[in-house]
Ligand binder design. Structure first.
Ligand code: SAM
Length: 303
C-alpha cells in the first residue's frame, strides 16, 4: 500500500492506513467475521497467501488483544510466496501453498494440534488470458483446500477468495461434501465491479472413512478420491455418467449498510488532509530493481 495524493484512492485505502493495516483487504475479513463470527473463540489459525499481512494483523488483534488469558495456547501461522515483515504473534513462512512440503512446515508449528480456522486470500499473477487465469485461481483454491483438509479440526471453518466464474457452482457442490454449510459472501469492502467473493465454509465434516494425505506425487483428483466430491475418476464408466448435481450456494452480502461502499472515492477529504505513509513498505516489489538503477543514475530512457 503506497502513498497517493491525499489518500484519495478510496475510503478503505485511507481507513486501512489510519487504523494501521498493511492493506485495505483487512476490512474484507473484518466484515466477513462481523457476519459469521468465525473468529470467536479460535486459538489456532492459518492464513494462506498472507502477504503483505493485513489479514494476519486482523487475526493477531482478534486473538491476542481481546483476551490476554491462555495466550500460550494460541498460534497464528501465515504463509506466502513473498517474504513478509514480522507481525506480532504471527509466525510467517515463505513457501508455496501448492507444494505438499508446505503442509509439514505448518504442521510442525502446530505440534500435532489441529487448526480452528484456515483462510486463503490467494491470487495468482494475472496473465490476461481469461481461461488460464481462471484455471490457475481454481488450482490455488484446490491447493488451499487440500492443505485445509489436513490441518482443520472437525467443525472448523475455511474461508477463501474466489472469482465467480463459469464453473463456480461445481466448486460449491464439491465443498458441500466436506462442510455443513457453504456460503458465498461479498463484503462491502470488496469492489462491486470485481467478480471477487469469498466462500465461507462452516463446520468441517470429512467423510468418516476418508483420511486426507498429501503426497508430492499425488494429483488433486487422487487426493479427493474417496471423499466423493463429485469428480469423475479414471475407473468410472463413461456410459454411467450422469450430470453431477450442482448446488447454488447461498449468497450473502455483508458489511452492514453503515459501512462504506467499496467503489466510493474520498470526495469529502478535508483540504488540509495530508497523505499518510504506508503502514509497511513492500518487501520485494517488482519495481525494486528499477528504483535501484534510478538511484544509481543508470536508468536512462532510450531515445
Ligand atoms: N490477505 C493478504 C492481506 O490481507 O495482506 C493479501 C493477499 S494478496 C491479495 C494475494 C497473495 O497471494 C500474494 O501475496 C501472493 O504472493 C500470494 N500467493 C499467490 N500464489 C501463491 C502460492 N502458490 N503460495 C503462496 N502464496 C501465494
Amino acid at each position: 500500500m503506497g502513498k497517493s495524493s491525499k489518500d484519495k484512492r478510496d475510503l478503505y485505502y485511507r481507513k486501512a492506513k489510519e487504523e494501521g493495516y498493511r492493506a485495505r483487504s483487512a476490512f474484507k475479513l473484518l466484515q466477513l467475521d462481523e457476519q459469521f463470527h468465525f473468529l470467536d473463540n479460535v486459538t489456532r489459525v492459518v492464513d494462506l497467501c498472507a502477504a503483505p499481512g493485513s489479514w494476519s494483523q486482523v487475526l493477531s488483534r482478534r486473538l491476542f488483544d481481546d483476551d490476554t488469558e491462555n495466550n500460550s495456547s494460541k498460534r497464528i501461522v501465515a504463509v506466502d510466496l513473498q517474504p513478509m515483515f514480522p507481525i506480532d504473534n504471527v509466525t510467517t513462512i515463505q513457501a508455496d501453498i501448492t507444494h505438499p512440503k508446505t503442509l509439514n512446515k505448518i504442521m510442525d508449528l502446530f505440534e500435532g494440534e489441529k487448526a480452528d480456522f484456515v483462510c486463503s486470500d490467494g491470487a495468482p499473477d494475472v496473465t490476461g488470458l481469461h481461461d488460464l487465469d481462471e484455471y490457475v485461481q481454481q488450482q490455488l483454491i484446490l491447493s488451499a483446500l487440500q492443505l485445509t483438509t489436513c490441518l482443520l479440526r472437525e467443525g472448523g471453518v475455511f474461508v477463501a477468495k474466489i472469482f465467480r466464474g463459469r464453473d463456480i457452482d461445481m466448486l460449491y457442490s464439491q465443498l458441500s461434501f466436506l462442510f455443513e454449510r457453504v456460503v458465498c459472501a461479498k463484503p462491502r469492502s470488496s469492489r462491486g465491479t470485481s467478480l471477487e467473493s469469498f466462500i465461507v465454509c462452516l463446520g468441517y465434516r470429512p467423510p468418516s472413512d476418508w483420511k486426507p494425505r498429501l503426497d508430492v506425487n499425488m494429483s488433486v483428483e487422487d487426493f479427493f478420491q474417496g471423499c466423493d466430491i463429485g469428480r469423475l475418476t479414471i475407473d468410472d464408466e463413461i456410459p454411467n455418467y450422469r450430470e453431477e448435481p450442482r448446488s447454488i450456494a447461498e449468497f450473502i452480502s455483508c458489511g452492514g449498510l453503515d459501512s462504506f461502499d467499496s467503489d466510493a472515492t474520498y470526495h469529502d477529504v478535508p483540504e488540509n488532509t495530508t497523505a499518510l505513509d504506508p503502514v509497511q513498505p513492500p518487501t520485494n516489489p517488482p519495481y525494486k530493481r528499477a528504483l535501484e538503477l534510478k538511484r544509481q543514475g543508470k536508468l536512462t530512457r532510450a531515445v
